[in-house]
Design a protein. Structure first.
Lengths: 268, 268
């Protein structure tokens, strides 16, 4: 068994075709329950492990119906439609007979076509030049990443004096781990709540729905290896208890690997 | 019965709690099957009509598993989790025993909180100043909208000389209709394929997954009435058969009503 903390956390036992058992991992604890990114990666892993899978993930949407309780859970993954080169999936996670997560995914066999990348990575100092944040992790899962903030680090002073919602950050797994769809999915949720940045006020906040579009296949992800990625995240609007976050993740070489969006509940 | 073409197209007959019958409408025909936006609006409508619904749509993701065939279809909408102020939905559309669409949604009762809008609308000429495009609609559904392009109209000459993927366009229902969640959902899919713009080449393309985040409640949408909306859409990357589209829709007064994303299949 691979002993990397990410692989341990997303590990699933096959109970029946399309049914898996998993359990939360204290190494990935958030304030309440586990880090949403690792739960999303676990849900994707149920598809990745499925014997009937066709192709690789292209789009993945996960809805957090409630905080997972620490302990065991069951994952169900079902191919609801299989076409010639695409497949649509429905995934759910249950705890104690209650649905705690729903997800849908598109997997596809991709072939080479004309291509173009319009969105370029931000130009910032190198990870080494930026160095590690001089502040203790607020929650356990943050220690599973090496984060080097170029812009918009988590506020040190909660003085209500935020200006915008943007964060630009180098990130890689800690310890380093070769990139794949599961780890990229978790990484897409690595940005702390935009409302904290915008307001410099630590209000309760939690992701309720997250979508990831994968712009690279497994070979391209493998080629990135355990190198640095650069991510940028920003909100469009905060309104009546919910805000959105749009984010992009590039390789250090500048290839756009994923675009990701989420809607986040906040209080006050 | 409301006789607006949009209401006719999304109309559903209740067959049983959570089960509805609908049928495609030639007024909304696309190249193959109906316009994806109207199908998405129909799927959302199953939730909006559901007796058990709590609150209003906040997030909605729809996956197009295959093109709908012209004719009847059945919609199933199920509340998979109901919390105090939020509810998670699973929706599917079937034709001839096959799943042709899956969707998930979050509805919620929203209350007033601190808020801020970061993303401002583009500054462009007025709809009257821009005027209607001097070109026939390629497909029937386009006639259901009044579109006034400020930037990136559908190419008139397919000469392979596109430069970027951005379109900025004023839009409203034709004939005008008071805005609501269903019509806003359909509007989120009004942008023609970004690959056509980027390449000025008309390759086969079709949306496979679309997400809409609603930044306004029903009262705010009703206040917009049948006024103009302005939308902007752009791709981040085109690669090996799939590209993404990120888009925003504002009211003429500048309120961000929806942010929306989709991943689109393309050929060649």
């Amino acid at each position: 068994m691979n002993s990397h903390p990410l692989d341990q956390a997303i590990a699933l036992d096959t109970l029946a075709p399309g049914r898996y058992g998993g359990h939360t991992d204290p190494a990935w604890a958030n304030m309440v329950g586990p880090f949403g990114g690792i739960t999303a990666a676990t849900a994707l892993n149920a598809i990745l492990q499925h014997a009937d899978r066709l192709g690789e993930p292209v789009a993945f949407t996960v809805n957090f119906c409630s905080a997972l309780a620490d302990g065991d859970f069951e994952v169900e993954a079902q191919a609801v439609r299989t076409n010639r080169s695409t497949q649509h999936w429905a995934v759910s996670i249950e705890q104690g007979g209650e649905t705690v997560l729903t997800a849908t995914a598109l997997t596809a066999t991709r072939r080479e076509t004309w291509g173009a990348q319009e969105l370029r990575p931000p130009q910032v100092l190198s990870p080494a030049g930026l160095g590690k944040p001089q502040m203790a992790a607020l929650v356990e899962w943050v220690k599973r990443y090496d984060l080097r903030f170029a812009e918009g680090p988590i506020p040190r002073v909660w003085d209500g004096e935020g200006e915008n919602s943007r964060t630009t950050v180098w990130v890689r797994d800690e310890p380093p781990r070769p990139l794949d769809f599961a780890s990229l999915t978790a990484l897409c949720d690595v940005f702390y709540p935009r409302v904290w940045r915008r307001r410099a006020t630590r209000v309760p906040a939690g992701t309720v729905s997250m979508t990831v579009y994968f712009h690279a296949g497994s070979a391209e992800l493998a080629a990135v290896g355990d190198g640095w990625l650069i991510g940028q995240a920003e909100a469009s609007a905060f309104r009546n208890g919910y805000f959105d976050q749009r984010a992009q993740v590039w390789s250090q070489a500048g290839a756009l690997l994923a675009t990701t969006h989420q809607v986040v509940y906040y209080k006050e």
